[in-house]
Design a binder for this molecule. Structure first.
Ligand SMILES: C[S@@+](CC[C@H](N)C(=O)[O-])C[C@H]1O[C@@H](n2cnc3c(N)ncnc32)[C@H](O)[C@@H]1O
Length: 252
């Protein structure tokens, strides 16, 4: 039976892959790499660095798969479904073409596979057509690293944490009963629309990498600074990935 190891690799620092992740990687003969977008080079470089460090040269086969951009003509949900189907077809062809019947491949997932990553959903689609088993090895996600860098916990005492996207924060506003809201996938600085003077922000970009940026404080006082930091860093590097926690302090 073919095996696929889905391994979380952290979000920029090659030291952030776990020992379990390294052990899993060393079981693979083929490494599949499928990324796209403006950050593609950075995403691929981290994977290359990890493989170069932990695998003997020549002991594995590196397979990069190319996928086009998401269809701009479709509504968001249909575009994502279409894009997942394309991705599933790419993996299907790659598994059949690159893996023998009893072979092992690895997919190195940015951060943790459980958080805003389509790999597991897509693999379930592939399994409808190709037989293989798979394992998931967790990695350090960007919210975890954000919390570590700011030396905070994501929740307040016995509190809840809401994880959402910039798009949802914009369309739905502040979540009901939310005290701590982690926002990911926000290309538009959705925090700008919030005007509660009590809100705090803990922001991080390029977490784990040499370009890492951090900023925190009262949202009202930091908004413009973060917008500027973000714009200039993006212009400098050609891409940006950032995550932030918005906190409304609960009465002690
Ligand atoms: C497609 S999601 C992938 C999340 C990833 N699976 C994780 O565990 O963090 C991409 C989003 O994750 C966040 N992200 C990923 N890497 C990051 C980094 N190095 N620094 C800050 N945010 C990051 C950003 O919000 C980005 O838009």
């Amino acid at each position: 039976m073919r095996r696929i190891l889905v391994i979380g690799i952290g979000t920029g620092d090659p030291d952030h892959i776990t020992l379990a992740g390294i052990k899993a990687l060393q079981r693979a003969r083929v490494v599949f790499v499928l990324d796209k977008g403006e950050h593609k080079a950075a995403l691929v470089d981290l994977r290359r660095a990890i493989c170069a460090r932990h695998l003997a040269a020549g002991s594995y086969h590196w397979v990069e798969l190319e996928q086009g951009a998401r269809a701009a003509s479709l509504a968001y949900t249909s575009a994502v479904q279409h894009w997942h189907a394309e991705r599933a077809a790419l993996y299907e062809r790659a598994f059949l073409g690159e893996l023998g019947d009893d072979d092992t491949g690895a997919i190195l997932v940015w951060g943790d596979p459980a958080l805003y990553d389509s790999t597991l959903r897509v693999l379930e689609q592939v399994r409808e057509r190709v037989a293989f088993e798979y394992e998931v090895v967790p990695g350090i996600s960007s919210p975890q690293l954000l919390a570590a860098r700011h030396k905070i916990s994501l929740n307040q005492i016995a509190g809840a944490v809401h994880v959402t996207t910039g798009r949802r924060l914009t369309s739905e506003g502040w979540p009901p009963h939310g005290d701590d809201v982690v926002v990911m996938l926000d290309g538009e600085c959705a925090f700008r629309q919030l005007d509660d003077p009590e809100l705090e922000i803990y922001w991080g970009a390029y977490l784990g990498s040499e370009h890492e940026l951090l900023c925190s404080g009262r949202l009202a006082e930091r908004k413009e600074e973060i917008v500027q930091l973000r714009a200039s860093a993006r212009a400098r590097h050609g891409w940006i990935m950032d995550t932030y926690l918005l906190r409304r302090r609960r009465a002690r």
